[in-house]
Design a protein around this ligand. Structure first.
Ligand SMILES: Nc1ncnc2c1ncn2[C@@H]1O[C@H](COP(=O)(O)OP(=O)(O)O)[C@@H](O)[C@H]1O
Ligand SMILES: [Mg+2]
Length: 440
């Protein structure tokens, strides 16, 4: 029987891959499916944080009935940490000479040598196992063995947050990808799927141009308004509620293309209306129009640390520059009072303060502010060659923080009320822009 009743958390899933509310990404679906089913094809999925990369992959793997292991890369992890993580997840404890009943997911010929590696990797062996562990160290862990072990387990290997791998190790990862390609003759399903930030794809290929044709680079774009609306529509249906138009338009406008925000606001607005499960009335429960304000308050409270850390990452000074520190650039953008600014706009504004300013590097620094190293505080619009703040929340936060010279803690009530005021203006702009586009 089809599931009829849902908890709120099953429907709006701000910190988990969407399942019931999953909407198809038609622009990338076909390519991803083809890449998944092409033996030897390695995959790089990239896009902004919160745009839906993990969700898309999770759903497609399920559809294609493909099994995987996932290694989450963290900054500072070395390649050997990453490889160890993969091995540890294969969870194969095969000790031919001790316990054959436990068995193994691997074939017999691999198992003996496999055990050795396992022992040396986990460091879990106790005193009694010393001799085995010692022998294990002699076994080299090569990309070939890694490919064989993952291949034998009929899985593909997902590397989440690939951009966090140290750059000196990315070269090695590119090499491992190559070995995985070659091993696909024996293991057709074997592949690496790297998920990362916007510039990830270029990086791998730059290390090894030969791989260009054997890697499928898939960009998951910002979600368009119709898709964001669909998340809310499905949510409404499954929870048996009616979200007033004015609320759903605001939610979509403020999401700035990120389903992550849609889910978060959707969840909060339901909470504000005390909807925690599918409503068991014959008619859908209509949510209160005014409840959005309290949902928004919750949202700000929940996220103030996030805004703060985005701002700090974006404005951190690594090498002091004259007139071109990130905060100088952000101030110059805000000065223009425009939603979208060009390189020229920013340059002109920087000249106001520094007459001798030439701005030869400004494009480079603006681009830097769109990368994950700078918390993706800006986005670049290819069609108009212009830059804009990634969302109205962070734009408002920047305005306040820069006005107050950043020294103060965000959570002091003065800054908070100022933030709300600034934010209201930004949200109004976002909402209007949205409506203009919507009725085009
Ligand atoms: N196709 C989709 N349909 C519905 N919700 C989605 C979709 N893609 C992502 N989401 C939601 O958006 C949020 C971010 O998705 P996630 O896959 O974690 O993004 P990323 O991996 O790009 O950072 C999650 O709350 C997820 O439930
Ligand atoms: Mg993700």
């Amino acid at each position: 029987m089809k599931k009829k009743y849902f908890s709120l958390e099953e429907i709006f899933t701000p910190s988990q891959p969407a399942n019931y509310t999953f909407v198809e990404r038609y622009s990338v679906n076909k390519r991803l499916k083809r890449a998944l089913n092409t033996p030897g094809k390695q995959i790089i999925i990239y896009g902004y944080s919160g745009v839906g990369k993990t969700t898309l992959l999770t759903n497609k793997l399920k559809e294609e009935k493909l099994k995987s292991i996932t290694t989450r890369c963290m900054s500072g992890m070395t390649l050997s940490d990453i490889v160890k993580d993969a091995f540890n997840q294969l969870e194969i404890y095969f000790i031919a000479q001790k316990d054959t009943t436990k068995g193994s997911k691997l074939g017999g010929t691999l198992s003996a040598s496999y055990f050795g590696i396992k022992a040396s990797l986990t460091g879990e062996q106790n005193e009694g196992d010393k001799s085995l562990a010692k022998r294990a160290v002699d076994l080299p862990i090569t990309p070939q063995t890694l490919a064989r072990f993952i291949g034998e387990s009929s899985r593909c290997w997902i590397l989440e947050d690939y951009h966090k791998v140290r750059s000196e190790d990315k070269f090695l990862l590119a090499q491992i990808m190559k070995v995985f390609m070659d091993s696909s003759i024996d293991y057709p399903k074997l592949k690496i799927i790297a998920i990362g930030a916007v510039n990830t794809a270029r990086e791998v290929i730059q290390y090894d141009p030969e791989m260009k044709n054997r890697i499928s680079e898939i960009e998951v774009p910002l979600m368009d308004k119709a898709n964001l609306q669909e998340i809310l529509d499905v949510g409404e249906k499954l929870l048996n509620i009616k979200i007033p138009d004015s609320i759903s338009k605001k939610i979509i406008a403020y999401s700035s293309g990120l389903p992550a925000v849609t889910h978060q606001l959707g969840l909060l607005v339901c909470e504000a209306n005390e909807v925690s499960n599918t409503v068991k009335t014959s008619l859908p429960k209509k949510l209160d129009v005014k409840s959005f304000d309290s949902a928004l308050d919750e949202y700000l409270e929940d996220n103030s640390d996030t805004f703060k850390s985005i701002f700090e990452t974006a404005t951190k000074i690594v090498h002091k520059r004259k007139s071109e520190n990130p905060s100088d650039i952000l101030i110059a953008i805000l000065m223009s009072n425009k939603d979208n600014v060009t390189v020229y706009d920013v340059k002109e504004n920087l000249k106001i303060k520094d007459k001798s300013y030439k701005g030869n590097n400004i494009k480079k620094y603006l681009d830097e502010l769109t990368t994950s190293d700078r918390a993706e505080i800006l986005r670049f619009n290819k069609d108009y060659n212009s830059y804009y703040f990634s969302n109205p929340f962070i734009k408002a936060y920047c305005q306040c923080a820069l006005r107050n010279n950043v020294q103060t803690e965000f959570n002091t009530s003065k800054l908070l009320s100022e933030f709300r005021e600034t934010l209201n203006k930004e949200l109004e702009i976002a909402r209007k822009t949205f409506l203009e586009d919507y009725y085009d």
